[in-house]
Design a protein around this ligand. Structure first.
Ligand code: FAD
Length: 469
């Protein structure tokens, strides 16, 4: 029974408090709007609570023994007596909570009202918010849908079954499993492989496609695999996961590879087969607001983030690929400004992609094949990390930076495999977005020694002006 039933009015209501939703809410409030943000789970959404942040914290922790080995090599004699995974998890959770309270503090400071509960449209100006025994009706002028996504379930491997887990449960395991089967060789699966393998877990990857990381260019993936022996341990490609049987305390994945049936066992089966926005969208009563989900399972929007209803906007994972937090942030900025009557548009041409494997991978813009198709002449420059002063001083020399330019020397793409690739990617994306030429980067003084120098050096290589290789 619903005991409390209140009606509230607001200028702007935001459904979902992930990177997209909270950014939109804060920007609209900064522009003077009355804003309510509705969240059914945790403030900060997937990224902060069960995605980017906890995943990267655990990846950081998992590199401990390589660091210790290196210290020993350079004269700092140390050994790892014991890894207390409980404490690592506590530290990770503490990191999540610090960011979480930071977001809550900013929402509060900007006067955004946070409402807990599940939101559903009643019509195109009204939302119903339900939580336990309370319900509230919110009348709004503008709404922003930022309901995010959730892991895709594979028939036969449903998450409610024993020992079948998603990335969310993986991040909260109480101890490192001895062995695990990862279904899905995308970036979420391979980042999981990175940390688990480094913590000493045997990882077996099952991928339906011909190769893992099919969203990344083949030569990057093979270079990555050369550099990271653990990725090649047990990778089953062109293999379809079918179901799970149980033997003693193990889960046994039954998978088809051609005519063969494989039985692959682990303490858990992690299903990392991609993410979908559809289940969340299906629950918010879109039909009552006159909206519908497109064939790909997302909402269509224009460059102002408006759906087919002028007063209802949508952002983040809910509107399509790539499902990335930084895309959601930018769309949140645009949506927050549009609902405040400001001129804004999502006119970005480049959405960088970073992957926190070891070494990291960062890409933006065209790859060499795409450039060959588009331009008569293509210039490629490459710089190996072994030649970087910064890489040598930090003992992280695996990788390279490659730039791709059209014949007129305009930068068209950047690919980085190496330490801090995700950081160097920022300059690369800025350069692409600013329509930079190779000379612009080659002639910009980069602080020395730093990792971003590899971008400058790769540009010099493409111009045949390399000094350090
Ligand atoms: P979300 O963050 O998914 O937030 C949506 C929120 O809406 C949720 O909190 C949900 O509870 C709420 N909600 C849904 N329906 C309702 C409703 N009816 N009423 C109220 N609330 C509702 N991206 C990167 O860019 N870099 C990374 O390194 C990275 N790593 C990742 C690692 C993992 C393991 C995972 C799972 C994801 C990762 N991502 C990463 C992706 C990133 O987390 C998402 O792209 C991002 O969180 C999307 O933001 P969003 O605001 O669209 O939605």
């Amino acid at each position: 029974m619903v005991v409390g039933d209140i009606e509230t009015g607001t200028d702007v209501v935001v459904i979902g408090s992930g990177p997209g939703g909270y950014t939109a809410a804060i920007r609209a409030a900064q522009e003077g709007k009355d804003v309510i943000i509705i969240e059914k789970e945790d403030i900060g959404g997937t990224c902060l609570n069960r995605g980017c942040i906890p995943a990267k914290a655990l990846i950081h922790a998992s590199k401990f023994h390589e660091d210790i080995q290196h210290w020993n090599e350079i004269g700092i004699k140390a050994e790892c007596e014991h890894v207390n995974f409980d404490e690592i998890q506590e530290w990770k959770q503490d990191t999540v909570e610090k960011l979480n309270s930071g977001v809550k503090h900013i929402l509060d400071r900007e006067g955004v009202e946070v409402m807990n509960g599940e939101a559903k449209f009643e019509d195109e100006e009204t939302l119903r918010v339900e939580e336990a025994h309370n319900a509230e009706t919110v009348k709004f002028e503008k709404a922003i849908i930022a309901t995010g996504s959730q892991p895709i379930e594979i028939p036969g491997l449903e998450f409610e079954k024993e020992k079948i887990i998603s990335s969310k449960e993986l991040l909260n395991l109480e101890e490192v499993p001895e062995e695990i089967v990862v279904v899905g060789g995308g970036y979420i699966g391979m980042e999981a492989v990175t940390k688990l393998a480094k913590f000493g877990c045997t990882v077996k990857v099952v991928e339906a496609r011909e190769r893992v990381l099919s969203n990344f260019q083949e030569d990057i993936v093979s270079r990555l695999k050369e550099m990271t022996p653990e990725y090649d341990d047990e990778i089953y490609t062109s293999t379809m996961a079918q179901k799970v049987n149980y033997e003693e305390d193990k889960a046994v994945l039954i998978a088809e590879q051609g005519d063969e049936t494989l039985e692959i066992s682990g303490d858990y089966v992690l299903v990392a087969a991609g993410r979908t926005a559809k289940p969340n969208l299906e629950k918010i009563g879109l039909e009552n607001a006159g909206l519908e989900i497109n064939e790909e399972g997302f909402l269509n929007v224009d460059e102002q983030m408006k759906t087919s209803k002028e007063n209802i906007l949508a952002i983040g994972d809910a509107i399509g690929q790539p499902m990335l937090a930084h895309k959601a942030y930018r769309e949140g900025d645009v949506a927050g400004e549009i609902v405040s009557g400001k001129p804004a548009a999502f006119d970005n041409q480049y959405i960088p992609k970073a992957m926190y494997t070891d070494p990291e991978v960062g890409v933006a813009g065209m790859n060499p094949e795409e450039a060959e198709e588009e331009f008569d002449e293509v210039l490629i420059g490459e710089f190996p990390l072994e030649a970087s002063g910064r890489a040598l001083t930090t003992n992280k020399t695996n990788g390279f930076c490659r730039v791709i330019a059209s014949g007129d020397k305009k930068l068209q793409g950047v690919q980085i495999v190496g330490p801090r690739a995700s950081d160097t990617l920022a300059e690369a994306t800025l350069a692409l977005e600013m329509q930079a030429y190779l000379d612009d980067i080659a002639n910009t003084i980069h602080a020395h020694p730093t990792f971003p120098e590899v971008l400058q050096e790769a540009c010099k290589d493409a111009l045949d002006k390399s000094v350090h290789i």
